[in-house]
Design a protein around this ligand. Structure first.
Ligand code: PGA
Length: 308
């Protein structure tokens, strides 16, 4: 079969758009030029690829087969282009990153610094909870994710790059906060039957907190459920209960003394931040560069020390 890349490119557009007119517009060609390329391709394949019913065109069975192969040829070509880009250097490219809600406390700053160092690169950042993030990885719509440890057996490459301690926070006038000066540490049983403001279903923080309390046979009640750390902090400050949050989200509140960390036995719950991508994902040069950047610069962005 003697076909050219040009013919395949024209065929791909007509098959995708099912219109000679739209394909010619997209490719900046005249309509007769598009028809000619398709005729030549049909000549080489020996089978009609489109059929016309009324004013519409449809793919024939041969056309559908051809379209399938055509897509994978263009994917291979794109991959080749990316590899060649790598040889030319990191001048352009697009980076799709998704981060867990809590990781946004440092991820935006990280991406801003990375963008400054790679001016031609377009960065897209999605902030979402653990559950949706795992779905995005499964659907292969993101290059890299920053999240808590993903589940075992999920065909993902995971690289830990920082600690993520979860602590109990309270308003400064909460009874447990007032007592904390007298006590060395607060025994865990004192949390029994306390009221907590909690994150939404699907949040990694929430799952870790629930697992921790159940492992230690502690029952707590929840007054409110919120899908943002900001809202949790506001509610705890307003006296709605205690909260379990990542240390990375409360830097400002600790500094301004609007929240305090309770020194409860067995806390913090020590989680870690991971850089994650699909095992079968071929990382683009830009994604590779971002991966290196996160692994080498994490300690500049993610504070790992914390004070009680
Ligand atoms: P989040 O945090 O989903 O609670 O925002 C991420 C994690 O700790 O896994």
């Amino acid at each position: 079969m003697n076909v050219t890349f040009r013919q395949l490119e024209v065929f791909e557009a007509v098959a995708r758009l099912l219109s000679y007119t739209l394909a010619s517009k997209e490719l900046h060609l005249s309509q007769p030029a598009v028809s000619m390329q398709i005729k030549q391709l049909e000549g080489s394949t020996g089978l009609p690829l489109f059929e016309q019913l009324g004013r519409k065109i449809y793919l024939t069975e041969a056309g559908r087969e051809m379209y399938h192969y055509c897509r994978s040829i263009s994917q291979q070509l794109e991959e080749a282009e990316e590899v060649l880009e790598q040889l030319k250097g990191l001048k352009t490219g697009r980076l799709e990153v998704t981060v867990a809600t809590t990781a946004n406390a440092f991820a935006t700053k990280m991406l801003a610094m990375f963008s400054q160092q790679h001016e031609g690169v377009t960065v897209s950042l999605d902030v979402t909870n653990r559950e949706r993030l795992l779905r995005q990885l499964a659907e292969n719509v993101k290059d890299l994710a920053i999240m808590g440890r993903p589940p075992e057996g999920a065909d993902l490459v995971t690289e830990a790059f920082a600690d993520n301690p979860l602590v109990v926070v309270a308003a400064p006038d909460h009874p447990l906060a007032l007592n904390r000066l007298k006590e060395q540490s607060i025994p865990l049983y004192r949390l029994q039957d306390q009221t907590f403001v909690v994150r939404e279903q699907g949040s990694g923080t929430r799952t870790a907190m629930q697992r921790f309390f159940s492992d230690h046979d502690i029952t707590v009640t929840s007054s409110m459920e919120m899908n943002e750390n900001e809202a949790i902090k506001q509610s705890v400050q307003a006296g709605m209960g205690l909260g379990v949050v990542s240390i990375h989200t409360i830097e400002l509140e600790l500094e301004t003394k609007r929240l305090v960390i309770l020194n409860v036995d067995h806390f913090p719950i020590m989680r870690h931040w991971y850089l994650v991508h699909r095992t079968d994902k071929r990382l683009s040069p830009v994604a590779q560069a971002f991966r290196q950047f996160v692994l080498s610069k994490a300690n500049e962005f993610v504070k790992v020390d914390y004070m009680l």
